[in-house]
Design a protein around this ligand. Structure first.
Ligand SMILES: [Zn+2]
Length: 344
C-alpha cells in the first residue's frame, strides 16, 4: 500500500512535551497513520523535511480575528507562521449574537479595541447572522484556517440589554436570557465563555461578580467548555486571575486568564504570576486539582491535536506504533513536576 503522503527525515515535535526526535510521518486519508522509520515505504507524494521541524499545527488560543476570519480564510500571516487553528470570542468581545440592525455597535467595539479602521470592518464584514451558531455557519462558508469561538459576555449583554448593557446590573429575566443564550451557543458548537473583571470599561465589566458566577454555572451544568478572563481592569491582573480561579473552582471547568499584561512600572510581575500558579498547582494536588490549575488545563487542551492518531504500521527502530511509548523508551523522561512548570 502506498501512503498518500510521506514526510521524511524531519525532526518531529509532537506536542506531547517530550523532546524532539527524528522520524518520518505517514499520512493516509487525511490522518497521520505512522510516525517512525518508513524503511522505503511507498507514497504517492513524498516531502523531504531534512533540516526542518515537523509539528502539529499551532493553536492560537487568544485572537481577535472574529471579523477578519469572515473575509480572510487564512487570517493573514497566522497560517504562514504555522497556526492551523485560532480561537476567537475572547475577552467578552464578539460579533455574535447580534440583533438585526445592531451590527455597527459590535464593529465599533472591534474598531476601538483592536485599532481596526471602521470602514475596513464595514467593507469586510456583512453581518448575515444573529446567533453564535449562525456566525459559525457563516465562517464555515469560506474557511482556510480552523476557527473556534467562545461566547462573549459583552456580546450577550448587548444582545439582551441593548444600551443598558454598558450601564447597569441585569434584571433576573435578563440574566436568565443570557444563560439561555450561552446554553444554546454551547450546543451550537461554541467552546466556552469569555468575560472580563468588574470595572474593565466594557459591558462585561459592568456587573458584579454574581452575574459572572451565574452565567458560568451553565458550563458547570453542561460539564463542558472553558473560561477565558480578560485583563485590562484597574489594579493589573489581580482581579483577572482571581475571577479565573473562582470560575474554575465554582464549575470544575478549566479557566484561562490574560497573563501578558504586566505594567511597565512593574516588570517583575511575572514572578508573582508563577508563584500564584504554583500555589494553585499545590492546592490542586490535594482535593481540587482540575479546579485550581487553570493554565495547566489550558496547555493540555492545546496539545491534544498532536497526540491523537499517532498509530501506524511503522515498527522498526525506536518508533513502534504509539509514539508516546517509544519516546519514553528512547529518551529520558522529564518529570511531571517539570512538565507542569513549563506549561505554566
Ligand atoms: Zn483579548
Amino acid at each position: 500500500m502506498a501512503y498518500d503522503l510521506l514526510i521524511k527525515n524531519g525532526r518531529v515535535v509532537d506536542g506531547s512535551g517530550e523532546p524532539a526526535f527524528s522520524a518520518d510521518v505517514a499520512v493516509q486519508d487525511g490522518k497521520i497513520v505512522g510516525v517512525g522509520k518508513s524503511n522505503g515505504a511507498a507514497a504517492k507524494r513524498t516531502i523531504d523535511a531534512g533540516g526542518r521541524v515537523v509539528a502539529p499545527g499551532f493553536i492560537d488560543h487568544h485572537t481577535h480575528f472574529d471579523p477578519q476570519a469572515v473575509w480572510d480564510p487564512y487570517c493573514g500571516s497566522w497560517l504562514h507562521n504555522g497556526h492551523t487553528t485560532v480561537i476567537v470570542g475572547q475577552c467578552g468581545q464578539v460579533i455574535a449574537p447580534v440583533r438585526p440592525g445592531d451590527s455597527e455597535w459590535y464593529l465599533e467595539f472591534f474598531s476601538d479595541a483592536e485599532q481596526i479602521p471602521l470602514p475596513v470592518l464595514k467593507a469586510g464584514v456583512d453581518v448575515t447572522w444573529e446567533s453564535v451558531g449562525d456566525y459559525l455557519n457563516a465562517l464555515g462558508k469560506k474557511r482556510g484556517i480552523n476557527v473556534g469561538t467562545l461566547i462573549g459576555h459583552s456580546g450577550i449583554r448587548r444582545y439582551v440589554m441593548g444600551e443598558a448593557a454598558a450601564e447597569r446590573e441585569a434584571k433576573p429575566e435578563e440574566l436568565a436570557a443570557m444563560q439561555r443564550l450561552i446554553r444554546e451557543a454551547m450546543v451550537d458548537g461554541a467552546l466556552g465563555f469569555s468575560t472580563a473583571p468588574k470595572d474593565r470599561g466594557d459591558p462585561a465589566g459592568v456587573p458584579d461578580d454574581a452575574e459572572r458566577w451565574a452565567l458560568a454555572s451553565v458550563l458547570g451544568e453542561l460539564g463542558t467548555g472553558v473560561f477565558q478572563v480578560a485583563g485590562g481592569a484597574p489594579g493589573g491582573t489581580k482581579a483577572t486571575r482571581a475571577v479565573a480561579r473562582e470560575l474554575a473552582a465554582r464549575t470544575g471547568r478549566p479557566s484561562i486568564y490574560n497573563l501578558m499584561s504586566d505594567p511597565v512600572g512593574n516588570p517583575d510581575e511575572w514572578v508573582e504570576h508563577l508563584r500564584w500558579l504554583e500555589d494553585g498547582f499545590n492546592a490542586g494536588s490535594t482535593s481540587r486539582r482540575t479546579r485550581t490549575s487553570p493554565v495547566r488545563k489550558a496547555s493540555s487542551a492545546a496539545c491534544r491535536p498532536g497526540t491523537t492518531s499517532w498509530r501506524g504500521p511503522m515498527r522498526s527502530g525506536c518508533a513502534p506504533s504509539a509514539i508516546p511509548r517509544s519516546a519514553r523508551r528512547c529518551r529520558p523522561r522529564r518529570s511531571r513536576a517539570r512538565s507542569s512548570s513549563r506549561a505554566a
